[in-house]
Design a protein around this ligand. Structure first.
Ligand code: CAA
Length: 241
């Protein structure tokens, strides 16, 4: 694989960390974004030698500045992985507006902000790989997640629309829909609820972050130039879509 520059949002922990490491091991020059956990970001860079960049993917001007900075440091971005995401779970009748907005802005607004910041350069260079991390819960819904399911479902529509726009310019846009993966986010689900969810996974286990990273590698390869607008479900058979 050629020395392409990749940016992974939410790339210092969980699924994003596994994606960043896999891309680096495949010879990519990688930058990892994060926004909250400074200690984890420092530990990540010490372990992987992948630089971290702190900014809020939901903040449009901050994203434009950060992408300009990363481009100056590493070169124009060839591969964008929109992975950053949060949950604010709760049933609709208990959910406040802030929990709705935070999840929509961070999980879905970020795809616009990030893609908008890299698209001109990708178009000019006639090459781009964008992978958006959706969710099984964007495909099938989930009790207690109207905000998250709506945002993730939106990601799948966003992917198909941008794929059409990129096709004539060498830019592929795909989504991955992870199932329940063993990360801090899933460990925050109440144990009794999680037990019931695992019982519904035919493979009988949670996913591993590396299971998702493998899909990102596949979709971002130079050779994957005829795969666009698709959604790759990686969920242990929990939902066959
Ligand atoms: N279907 C039907 N009923 C359900 C249910 C479900 N899936 N889950 C809970 N209920 C019922 C409960 O049985 C309970 O009923 P009773 O009052 O009759 O006993 C009622 O709903 C209220 O449940 P709780 O007491 O748990 O209500 P709560 O307000 O305290 O919490 C919740 C609700 C926040 C949704 C909590 O159940 C929860 O966190 N659920 C997990 C949601 C989830 O799976 N999130 C995924 C996070 S990981 C992720 O998002 C990554 C990814 O992409 C996969």
């Amino acid at each position: 694989m050629s020395q392409r520059v990749a940016l992974v949002t939410g790339g210092t922990r969980g699924i994003g960390k596994a994606i960043a490491i896999a891309l680096k091991n495949a010879g990519r020059t990688v930058a990892a974004n994060y926004n909250g956990n400074d200690d984890a970001a420092r530990a990540f860079t010490a372990e992987t030698e992948i630089p971290h960049y702190k900014f809020d993917v939901g903040d449009f001007p901050a994203v434009q500045d950060a992408v300009a900075r990363i481009t100056k440091d590493l070169g124009p971005i060839d591969i964008l992985v929109n992975n950053a995401g949060i949950t604010r779970d709760g049933t609709l009748h208990k959910m406040d507006r802030e929990s709705w907005d935070a999840v929509i802005v961070t999980n879905l607004g970020s795809c616009f902000n990030m893609s908008r910041a890299v698209i001109d350069s990708m178009r000019a260079r006639s090459f781009g790989r964008i992978v958006n991390v959706g969710s099984i819960n964007g495909q099938m819904g989930q009790y207690g997640q109207v905000n998250y399911a709506a945002a993730k479902s939106g990601i799948h529509g966003f992917t198909k629309a941008l794929a059409q726009e990129g096709a004539g310019k060498g830019i592929t846009v795909n989504a991955i829909a992870p199932g329940y993966v063993d990360t801090d986010m899933v460990r925050a689900v109440p144990p009794a609820v999680l037990e019931k969810i695992i019982a519904k996974i035919p493979m009988g286990r949670l996913g591993r972050a590396e299971d998702i990273a493998r899909g990102v590698l596949f979709l971002t390869a130079d050779e994957a130039d005829f795969i666009t607008g698709s959604t790759l479900s990686i969920n242990g058979g929990q939902h066959m879509y």
